[in-house]
Each structure stands twice: as C-alpha cells, then as structure tokens.
Design a protein around this ligand. Structure first.
Ligand code: PMP
Length: 397
C-alpha cells in the first residue's frame, strides 16, 4: 500500500477533501513534498509554526531537554526546570494579574480549564460566549463555540451558555450576576479575522468588572506575536482575568495554557483537591520549546517587523478579485467574491506551490497566517504567485 492508501484506510478522516500534501520535510516557510515540490506555507500549520518550521534554535532547545528528561510525572507534582522556566517567562511577559500558569496540551483543553476556573472563582452557573466564536472541539469548548450545525449531532452539550453578538454594545446587558465567565477571542479568528470596534472590548471589560464576571480571552490563535503584539489584549488597553494560549506557543510541539492570578489558581487545589488534572500537561519537552519560542518572538527586531510584514501583504495582494482584506499583524482574511472563488483560489495556489486555507465559519475568505519569521522576499515571491492565481480564478476550469 502506498502512503495515500494507508492514509485513507487507517486514519480517521475529518473531511472528504483533505489537502493531501505528502510531506517530506519542512524548513522556515517551505514545506517540501515527497516528489520534491516546494510550497510556501502561508498558514504555518494553522498558526502553529510561529518561528518557522524546523527552527534550529528550537530544535536545540528540544533536543537539550530530551537529553535531560521527557515525561517524568503528571502535571503539578514534580519540580521541573523546563516547566518553571516557561512559567517564569510568561509571567514576565504578562501583567501581574496573569502570573500563574496551568499547562495543558491544546487550545480546547486550555479553554476547558478556563471555563471550569471561572465557575470555580464565582460559584455561578452561566457562561456567555459570542456568535461566530470558536474555542475548540471537546464537549465543553464546543458548547461555547457557536456553529450550530456542527454542534447539533453532539447535543446535549453543557447547559447555561448564551451567545451574544461580537461588537454589539447592547448585548452586554446579558452579562449579569449569574454569569461566571465571558469567553471571547479578542480578534475572532475562524470567523474570518473580525477585529473589535474601538471601545467594544473596554466596555466588555467594564461590564464584567461591574457584575463580577470573569473575562476569559481566548488567545489560542491571536497570542504569541500573531497580531504584532505578544498578546492581542495589549492592543486594546485592557487586561482579561483569564487568558488561554496554545497553537503558536509550542512552535510545533503540542502545548496550551490557561493563565490567571495566583489567588484564582489556588482554587483548583482545594474543596475538592485535584480540581483540574492532566497527565501530559506541562510536558517538559513542549515547555522547553515554548520557552524558546517566547525568547525568539519577544526579540524587538522580530516583533516590530510583524506589522510591517502584514502591511506588505496588504499592498502586494491588492487586486480586483480581492474584495476586502481584514488584517491585524500577520493574521489576515482575504475576502473574494464568493465561496466558489475561494475554493478555486486555494486549489490553484496549491498547484502553484502556495498554501492558503479556509476558515471554519466564513466561506468567502481564505486565511493567511505565516510563520512570523517569514522574510519580505518570501512575502513578495508568494504574493506574486497569489496574484497569478487571482488572474486565473475567473477562467473556466
Ligand atoms: N481557540 C481558538 C481561538 C482557536 O482558533 C482554536 C483552533 N482553531 C482553538 C481554540 C482550539 O485549539 P485546538 O485545536 O488546539 O484544540
């Protein structure tokens, strides 16, 4: 059996149209397939390869930790310097209210932990989430994600969740004294890079403070430099009570985190103790990788260039087929006429050696979220190819 046959026979599918690049290796922004064809990876494995594929500094940190030790115990029992170092680094990058980290393995798990924590802090039953929001695919995170058709077959999900409109100040009145937490992506990612109106997030912060509700920022997609700041909340002059991270944090190894104040986090250890437990959370190899990602991304030269590189995409992708570009930092939604054009663009781009990709709940746009280390020259070359693609999408197949 060849690799493709094995893939179809032995791996459970997620869709009937997988991309099927047969990967041989990856370096920087390039993924090479087994036939030797090279692709510009403009999606970084969906916002994961923050510092590029096969990054030498990251590899060194990972190997050095592996040579010391990998998993030795479940989360929260032994003192491991790789885990400590990551927690310290995060606390240095975050404000004092967000100084205590709980490490998990993925974005959805981070959000599970955050929602549980909000309930624990407040003793309240309800959660508010946002229309078009996406927070993950396990039962709890799916319950606070908004795509009804995708959720329907898995009901009943967790009760007491209400969805309100992003960017709608009127809906903030639904946040009341029964609400434990509000979970929001500060920039909605899978809705197609929806940026909050000026004042919306500060009004949300104010309302949560007023009624004693925990404000949870899901920065799984927006965190770790993606928007041009280390965390997206820094753009908006407010601080959430709980923040969740994953995706780009590990730079390619699986790790997530939910982070809050020291006092809040103590609650997970008492009445009952073991309020949130995980075997693999805080895996030391993943932590060593994440600490190095943070070291690289917090370099001023890299961080200050994220916005500049984002603007270069804006300029170079101007084309009559492009109806709109929504962008913050290196997180872009490129809107075309309709879904059919998006499907065609993604396919033609793949043929030409550029990887762009769909959003989960916006059909008339595709995403670009490259490694933050992409060079201006690589942006120029990949955009040249995309312009060729846009020139072709009106032609019959
Ligand atoms: N939150 C956001 C904002 C996300 O974009 C995603 C993944 N697309 C998740 C949570 C879930 O992360 P994971 O797939 O690692 O569970």
């Amino acid at each position: 059996m060849n690799n493709k046959d094995i893939f179809f026979k032995h791996l459970a599918p997620t869709s009937h149209q997988p991309v099927l690049i047969e990967v041989e290796s990856a370096k920087g922004v390039i993924i090479k397939d087994t036939s030797g064809k090279e692709y510009y990876d403009l999606i970084a494995g969906i916002g994961v390869a923050t510092v590029g594929h096969n990054n030498e500094q990251l590899n060194k940190a990972i190997i050095a930790q592996l040579e010391k030790h990998a998993h030795v115990m479940v989360y929260g029992e032994y003192i491991q310097s790789a885990v400590n170092n990551l927690a310290v680094k995060l606390s240095q990058l975050l404000p004092d209210q967000l100084s205590n980290s709980y490490f998990v393995n993925s974005g959805t798990e981070a959000n599970e932990g955050a929602v549980k924590l909000a309930k624990r802090i407040t003793g309240r039953p309800k959660i508010i989430a946002f229309k078009k929001g996406y927070h993950g695919n396990t039962q709890g995170s799916m319950s606070v994600s908004s795509n009804d058709s995708k959720k329907q077959p898995y009901r009943p999900l967790i009760p007491g969740v209400k969805f309100i409109r992003f960017n709608n100040l009127d809906d903030l009145k639904f946040i009341d004294e029964e609400v434990a937490g509000v979970i929001i992506e500060p920039v909605q990612g899978d809705a197609g890079v929806i940026i909050p109106n000026p004042g919306f997030l500060s009004a949300l912060r104010e309302r949560c403070t007023q009624v004693g509700t925990q404000l949870i920022f899901d920065e799984v997609q927006t965190g770790i430099g993606r928007t041009g700041k280390m965390f997206a909340f820094e753009h908006f002059g407010i601080i959430p009570d709980i923040i969740t991270l994953a995706k780009g944090l590990g730079g390619g190894l699986p790790i997530g985190a939910f982070i809050s104040s020291y006092d809040n986090m103590q609650l997970l250890a008492k009445n009952p103790m073991l309020g949130h437990i995980t075997t693999f959370g805080g895996n030391p190899v993943a932590c060593a990788s994440a600490k190095t990602v943070l070291d690289i991304v917090s370099e001023p030269a890299l961080m200050s260039n994220i916005e500049v590189k984002g603007q270069l995409f804006d300029q170079l992708l101007a084309h009559p087929e492009v109806k709109n570009i929504r962008r913050i930092g290196l997180m872009l939604a490129i809107e075309l006429e309709n879904e059919e054009m998006v499907n065609k663009a993604i396919k033609l781009a793949l043929d030409e050696g550029v990887i762009i990709y769909w959003f989960l709940s916006t059909r008339n746009a595709f995403r670009i979220s490259p490694p933050l280390t992409i060079t201006k020259e690589e942006i120029r070359r990949s955009c040249e190819i995309l312009i060729k693609v846009f020139n072709k999408i009106q032609l019959p197949d």
